[in-house]
Design a protein around this ligand. Structure first.
Ligand SMILES: Nc1nc2c(c(=O)[nH]1)N=C([C@H](O)[C@H](O)COP(=O)(O)OP(=O)(O)OP(=O)(O)O)CN2
Ligand SMILES: [Zn+2]
Length: 118
């Protein structure tokens, strides 16, 4: 069984490794959406794979590090592309949520990166 919980954060960033003529080289912001997908058996008593409240509690501290921050200043996010944000989240949330199977990071409703741990 797969379950997914979505979160949102607002943040500024710039992409330092694209050409100066690329518009994303300049400081700008996004309303990001993050989806955490977890996979595992359904507990026969609770009926849960993992309680959504527990996912929220586990992701809360990371979300606080991202929300209303300048992503480039966060250690490990010096080049904050959607791809690298997805990896950054996956590597930090897999410990507290071992059933994690995929992290999706949406920069816009039409553009996202997804990471399954490899
Ligand atoms: N593979 C990737 N490509 C791009 C990334 C990325 O993370 N991975 N990021 C960007 C910029 O962050 C850029 O800001 C993307 O957002 P935006 O300019 O808003 O893109 P839109 O197509 O939605 O812009 P419109 O103004 O709506 O046309 C670029 N590439
Ligand atoms: Zn951007």
């Amino acid at each position: 069984m797969k379950i997914t919980q979505a979160f949102h954060f607002e943040a500024a960033h710039r992409l330092p490794h694209v050409a100066e003529t690329h518009r994303c080289h300049r400081l700008h912001g996004h309303s990001y959406r993050v989806e955490l997908e977890l996979q595992g058996p359904v507990d026969p008593v609770t009926g849960f794979v993992v309680d959504f409240f527990d996912i929220e509690a586990a992701f809360g501290p990371l979300l606080a590090r991202l929300d209303h921050h300048f992503l480039n200043e966060i250690e490990g996010l010096e080049n904050p592309t959607a791809e690298l944000i997805a990896i950054w989240i996956f590597e930090r949330i897999r410990g507290p949520l071992p059933q994690l199977s995929c992290v999706k990071v949406f920069e816009t409703p039409d553009c996202w990166a997804e990471y399954e741990g490899a």
